[in-house]
Design a protein around this ligand. Structure first.
Ligand code: PAF
Length: 280
């Protein structure tokens, strides 16, 4: 496995890979890798002759400086895992390499970026679009892999690909959970044992809401999840929205559309956790 830090080294590697007739799979990450990332990487390795994993904590997508500073950085352990997964190349650039000058591009993904994370993390998706579009330009992958845990991010990346006519396939991969249900996240590493236990109430309330939804209205189901989180000491709900899975706009009745997803963001102490569940 090759580890490169510059765009030039990356391009040299990719030219050789393409000359061998390999398709290129890209898995963009911010490192602190876990089984969720591993599932994306395994799929890319299965589906492509060459897999590139980028490891880059992108400063432009953090609207909170403390969050950026706290974000776990574990490049050495990440590379060990990626080597075992038979990744061909890790691209781990510096901030200066990616942003030799400030990226002033402004994206507009309305209405997708005007709800949920778009409200609570202003500028976040603009930063995501900046880095992901750059990675697509550096790597020119045939396929790029993203987790469905970041449900809104996935929708926005698909929209960016459409708007900018990138010639690649976006593959969304299912959420990977711990056995007890907690959605895997790099941020879980920041939880104490006690918080880790408290955080379980998030997935538990989502799972029980699916059953509850069968006999209750959408509004009642939303209130049930909100109440379950409010009743858990140590958790603070930022939002729970039940939305149309395509437009991400809130829906008010189960009959409004045939693709409905509940998206939640909760603070467990200072750690911001997100999760989602599909109702139909
Ligand atoms: O989902 C993430 O880890 C990041 O938002 C991504 C897509 C790697 C861009 O920095």
């Amino acid at each position: 496995m090759l580890i490169v830090n510059t765009i030039e080294q990356l391009r040299l590697f990719l030219t050789a890979a393409r000359a061998e007739g390999n398709s290129i799979g890209l898995v963009p990450t911010m490192g602190a890798l876990h089984e969720g990332h591993a599932s994306l990487v395994e799929r890319s390795v299965r589906e492509n002759g060459t897999t590139v994993v980028s490891v880059f904590v992108n400063p432009t997508q953090f609207n909170d400086k403390g969050d950026l500073e706290r974000y776990p950085r574990t490049l050495e352990a990440d590379c060990c895992l990626l080597e075992k997964l038979e990744v061909d190349c890790v691209f781990a650039p510096s901030v200066e390499e990616v942003y030799p000058e400030p990226d002033t591009r402004i994206f507009d993904f309305a209405p997708l970026d005007k709800v949920m994370e778009g409200i609570y993390r202003p500028g976040h998706f603009n930063g995501v679009a900046q880095i992901v579009s750059k990675l697509f330009m550096f790597v020119e992958p045939d396929r790029a892999y993203f987790g469905e845990k970041d449900f809104q991010q996935l929708a926005i990346i698909r929209e960016m690909v459409r708007q900018l006519s990138f010639n690649l396939e976006i593959i969304g991969c299912p959420i990977v959970r711990e056995q007890d249900g907690l959605a895997l996240s790099s941020r879980n590493a920041l939880l104490t044992n006690e918080q880790r236990h408290t955080a379980l109430a998030i997935s538990k309330s989502l799972f029980s809401s699916v059953k509850y939804a069968k006999e209750h209205t959408l509004i009642e189901t939303k209130q049930m999840v909100e109440a379950a989180i409010a009743a858990t000491e140590g958790l603070e709900l930022e939002y729970y929205e039940i939305v149309d899975g395509n437009t991400l706009q809130p829906v008010t009745a189960w009959t409004d559309t045939d693709y409905i997803v509940g998206c939640i963001t909760v603070y467990c102490g200072k750690v911001r956790l997100i999760d989602n569940i599909r109702y139909k």
